[in-house]
Design a protein around this ligand. Structure first.
Ligand code: FAD
Length: 599
């Protein structure tokens, strides 16, 4: 029987070849429906899919995935089988992390606010990332993968490959869903995300690991960012249609010419067409992609930037940029640097259908001070980790985004593995920081060349790594807040239950909290009576005489125990809300005094 006749084979082919995010998701759903496999059954999903799709074209993909999954680090998907992870961002680094976590046995959900993968821009790949992607079946999903002289891939193609692998491994990927913030546990529920649309089922997903891979400048609460400010650097990216003609095929790529290495070229570019650059890169991929760093003077002269401002945000604000002049500038640079050999240069279109040319500020790069932290609320711990551009913003012309992004994805997966195995927070955070310190120094030359042995274990990738260069005491601040908070919450709960116990059964007294329950003064009087009945005649009290009740209690506490009142008795009527903090301080002193007397 011809393969095309078998509907599941045809659906698998469509899934593998899908060229958009939407098409990929739709074909995947169809394939699952047809094979009667339920993606939500994430633990058995991959094996069921493999068993039910008996198709020779899928076999080499299964082999690759099986080989990866058999690595001892994953403990046959048992290492993190009790963990649940939310990944914010279906960019390359979020998806790459999701794949590793799924292999560890974690239940993974990925959220992305975008509904399409539309970035034509091209990423430079280090040799290890090529091996890594080939091992995940990149060639199967994208036949042209790394077939040129320089190794690179467009962001959208990379996302498509990783999305397909993630889906096959049972990762839930929700597009068109915006992450708005973390929701703390509320008794019966665990950590969740506030999302929009709020009715999306991702809102109900509870997790104990949160990976923030939301891209540059997206940093969740609790992390501090360092700003690395360099000299003014203005980047321009431009994409032109690649018609894949013979003539286009012959044009040489430019792997990155910096001014210092080719003075003549840059001088000619400047004197002949007025384009003054620091460097330029040209990759022939799905598009003809150019990225360059331009000098401000020439941008002003060419009318690309309308007015000079010392502040870079003002300088590059859309209102200060002449889009047509920018297109001309990028066009001229592309045409000149390829020796006018690219025929009929025509801009590719961006997600909004406009010519795909953009100008960016590289003057100031962000980097998170810590790579991860642990929060604890209501006894529920949450491990939060940053990966990708959200951890360290790359300098695009150097193309470090994916190479270092994937290293951080693996390091993070290693930390999650330790988390799943019950590692102590301080120790695993310290180990993660030890690796993070290395990240910005990594180059294709100084990481291990034994790519075949790469795994999530950092020692397979970083030669001579010390996994304990940062000591647990140095990362206390990444858990300290949570501990303090937990401790103080616990203290509050203890205080409340002590008050409840010692006022139980008193008339007109119901202590529910450490604020409003104390307004009438009856609870304070009851508390005193419980320990020193001789001091107070409860039958003389009127629950509505708030000032008198409070005055009596305040005076007694001051006279007998030297405890100064937190407010005036009359304010207990007039104030809009009883201040919990003041009340806690006051009641704590009372408890100390009464229990001291008591024992
Ligand atoms: P990204 O790829 O930025 O992905 C982050 C994802 O998170 C996005 O899909 C975004 O929609 C999603 N997201 C963000 N906030 C939310 C939220 N609140 N809720 C839900 N989803 C959210 N690098 C180069 O080397 N060369 C280039 O030319 C180049 N061009 C780029 C152009 C653009 C417009 C951008 C944004 C980045 C570019 N980069 C480039 C950087 C490169 O794309 C990244 O290094 C690489 O994609 C890895 O990034 P990432 O996965 O960490 O984040």
């Amino acid at each position: 029987m011809a393969d095309s006749v078998n509907p599941s084979h045809a659906l698998f082919d469509s899934f593998v070849q899908a060229q958009t995010c939407k098409e990929t998701q739709q074909n995947f759903i169809e394939l699952c429906r047809h094979l009667k496999v339920e993606p939500r059954d994430y633990k058995h999903f991959y094996s069921k899919l493999k068993d039910r799709l008996n198709y020779w074209k899928a076999k080499d993909l299964w082999q690759k995935i099986d080989k990866r999954a058999a690595h001892p680090d994953y403990e046959q998907g048992q290492a993190c089988h009790q963990n649940k992870c939310l990944v914010l961002g279906a960019g390359p680094c979020g998806l790459r992390t999701a794949i590793e976590l799924a292999l560890l046995g974690t239940q993974v959900a990925v959220l992305d606010k975008r509904v399409s993968f539309s970035r034509n821009n091209v990423l430079h790949l280090w040799p290890y990332t090529i091996r890594d992607l080939l091992n995940l079946g990149a060639k199967k999903f994208y036949g042209r993968f790394c077939s040129g002289s320089i190794h690179h891939i467009s962001i959208r193609q990379l996302q498509l490959i990783l999305l397909k692998v993630a889906l096959i491994l049972g990762v839930e990927v929700h597009t068109g869903v915006t992450f708005e913030g973390l929701l703390e546990p509320s008794g019966s529920t665990g950590w969740r995300a506030q999302v929009s649309p709020g009715s999306h089922r991702a809102a109900a997903f509870e997790f104990d690991v949160f990976i923030s891979a939301g891209g540059g400048r997206y940093v969740p609460d609790g992390f501090k960012i360092k700003e690395l400010r360099g000299k003014l650097a203005i980047g321009i990216t431009a994409n032109f249609v690649n018609r894949r003609t013979k003539q286009e095929a012959q044009v040489q790529e430019i792997s990155g010419v910096a001014r210092i290495y080719n003075q003549k070229f840059f001088q000619a570019l400047h004197s002949e067409i007025g384009v003054d650059l620091e460097n330029i890169v040209y990759y022939k991929d799905d598009t003809h992609y150019f990225v360059m760093t331009a000098k401000k003077g020439s941008l002003l002269k060419k009318g690309v930037i309308k007015q000079d401002f010392p502040d870079v945000n003002q300088l590059l604000a859309p209102a200060n940029v002449n889009q047509k002049a920018l297109e001309e500038y990028a066009y001229d640079a592309a045409d000149f640097s390829t020796d006018h050999m690219l025929p009929d240069l025509e801009f590719a279109r961006d997600h909004a259908g406009r010519p795909d040319v953009a100008m960016f500020d590289f003057t100031c790069m962000h980097r998170a001070e810590n790579a991860s932290l642990v929060k604890e609320r209501k006894g529920k711990r949450l491990l939060i980790a940053l990966v990708g551009d959200s951890l360290v913003e790359p300098f695009w012309p150097l193309g470090t985004g994916i190479a270092r992004g994937f290293l951080a994805a693996f390091d993070t997966a290693w930390m999650v593995r330790n988390w799943g195995k019950g590692g102590l927070p301080l120790e695993l955070l310290a180990e993660r920081e030890s690796m993070y310190q290395l990240l910005s120094q990594t180059t294709p030359e100084n990481i291990s060349k034994n790519y075949a042995s790469y795994s999530i274990n950092p020692s397979t990738r970083y030669p001579n790594i010390s996994m304990s260069s940062i000591k647990p005491t140095q990362v206390i601040h990444t858990v300290l807040d949570a501990h303090l908070h937990t401790q103080s919450l616990r203290r509050l709960e203890d205080l409340l239950s002590w008050c409840q116990k010692n006022t139980a059964g008193y008339k007109h007294v119901k202590v529910k909290d450490l604020s409003e329950s104390w307004r009438s003064g009856m609870a304070l009087c009851a508390l005193i009576h419980n320990f020193r009945p001789e001091l107070i005649n409860l039958s003389s009290l009127d629950e509505y005489n708030i000032t008198r009740n409070n005055k009596l209690a305040f005076d007694l506490m001051e006279r007998e125990f030297g405890i100064t009142p937190v407010m005036r008795a009359s304010e207990m009527i007039t104030c809009e809300k009883i201040d919990q903090l003041s009340m806690v301080v006051y009641l704590t002193q009372i408890r100390n005094a009464l229990t001291e007397k008591d024992t």
